[in-house]
Write a protein that binds this ligand. Structure first.
Ligand code: SF4
Ligand code: SF4
Length: 112
């Protein structure tokens, strides 16, 4: 109840998205939409509504563009925030097993 975090979370790499809409159609809980804005290549990129993702990963598997979608299956377990120089602000961060000691921003996916 209250501030309980949604279980999953999804980040679209705007510049890698081709705006095909497959992820939007595939998401079983309808938490993705196509932005009215364009990326630099002229595509209406996909966006997350910001709440309700279950972390099922269907959007990831439906996307033809490698690197366009990142799904955090256990967003509720990501609790640490650090300053991200790319985003110029505090963001939730995650770690990777093959890169010990490094932290990555959940918003821009770059190392903080
Ligand atoms: S992981 Fe599943 S619930 Fe979350 S945005 Fe993708 S398809 Fe939708
Ligand atoms: S499936 Fe991939 S390329 Fe197509 S709209 Fe979604 S994120 Fe963009």
């Amino acid at each position: 109840m209250g501030d309980k975090k949604t279980k999953g979370h999804v980040v679209v790499n705007i510049e890698e998205c081709k705006g095909c809409g497959l992820c939007v159609e595939a998401c079983p809980v309808n938490v993705l939409y196509q932005s009215e804005k364009f990326n630099t290549r002229g595509y209406h990129y996909a966006q997350y509504k910001g709440d309700g993702c279950t972390g099922c990963g269907i959007c990831f598997y439906s996307c033809p563009e490698p690197g366009a979608i990142t799904v955090f299956k256990r967003w509720d377990k990501i609790t640490e925030k650090r300053f991200c120089k790319n985003c110029d602000g505090e963001r939730f961060v995650f770690t990777l097993e093959d890169k010990p000691g490094k932290y990555f921003c959940t918003a821009c996916l770059k190392e903080v």
